[in-house]
Design a protein around this ligand. Sequence first.
Ligand code: HEM
Length: 417
Amino acid sequence: MDRSTVRPHRMNPSGGCPHADNARLRARGSVVPVVLPGEIEGMAVLGHEALKAFLGHPDVAKGARHFTLLREGAIPEGWPLRTFATVQSMTTADGADHRRLRSLVSRAFTSRRVAELRPRVEELTEALLDELARAATAGGGVADLRRHFALPLPMGVISELLGVDVAHRDRLHALSTQVVTTDIGSQQAVSANREFAAVLGEIVAAKAERPGDDLTTALLAARDDDGDRLSAQELIGTLLLLIVAGHETTLNLITNAVRALCAHPDQLAHVRGQQVGWGDVVEETLRWDAPVSYFPFRYPVRDVTVDGTVVPKGTPILAGYSAAGRDPAAYGPDADRFDVTRPGRPGAVRHLSLGQGAHYCLGAPLARLEAETALRRLFDRFPKLELAVPEGELPRHSGFVGNSVDTLPVRLSSDAP
Ligand code: HEM
């Protein structure tokens, strides 16, 4: 195909199921030009091998100063993707700054520390399953699993780690959704960001009055420690990142796994028959229906060539995780098939859906613990669980960064009305 004649793909701000577009785009090449909201030109990396190479490329950075249009003042304050580029935290930092910001919280998320959280995650899961059962009774047998289970579990865990009061959680979730959606007006984007920072400021001020045994208190101590370990803006940016990344993602993963298993009872039977474990379901869902679809941004610090395509210096690049997860060049001709036996096969290709390299997901062990616990307990407790709406009719979650549906109405038992 002559790529010069192909018009850049216009990213749909309201999102939708990404897989059909992804297949069309991958046919154009593993790196393609895209138009971002506001007519901003960017590119997306879609092929598995190309994405792996790009994420580890020494001439690719995450710092906002490398985003040419932003540096030139051409990106308005209310641009829906602006927070991804400018939030002051490890996700927009490189080199020594990145190591400094990540090391302030990384110890709380190691596999060993996360394993210690298991009893609490189990306890929260049981309480939420009771809540889900109550919601189904109140709803004539149908309950929204996303709202009553997939959301409050990761939100509860990250809030407890950060010491965030229950009273703030609904607002923080609503604000998180607004700052990550690509389908938002500029006024609304500006006010969501301001309110998010204000609520976090209140939480920090309350912690300064009454310190606790939590990460916010630890970050406050780092900020007050002569100021060179963490600035005031970095403290707010780090809290914002941990709250958003700590729940919007796992929420999508649990939701997508339940949808996939309900739509593929033969795959659920493999878990029930113990041919595979819940960990395999989690890994296959991450690959097949990546919770983070397109992650903004990286910028080449000089023109770089990825799989034969030149990616110009300073261009905002999306990491196309949902596209890479179904790349037939990596996963074979049946890459579109949800197959829970795939991750355990000898020589299985590891998905990239939790990232790769220096910015590999900090919360990966926590996400896996939460999702495995949630799925195991949910299907043990409600073995007849089924979707109450056909899978294709579920309303999609808006935006092209996250990938999921907005509600997941389920029937917990086929005996229910
Ligand atoms: C299924 C759940 C999750 C998925 C799919 C996911 C996915 C990702 C991906 C793809 C990245 C790399 C982004 C990039 O630079 O391209 C990332 C980074 C990150 N994730 Fe997760 N994540 C999940 C859960 C969590 C949780 C529970 C936390 C809680 C702390 C978390 C915290 C972070 C942080 C702080 C980063 C930035 C790391 C850095 O820049 O060094 N994530 N995640």
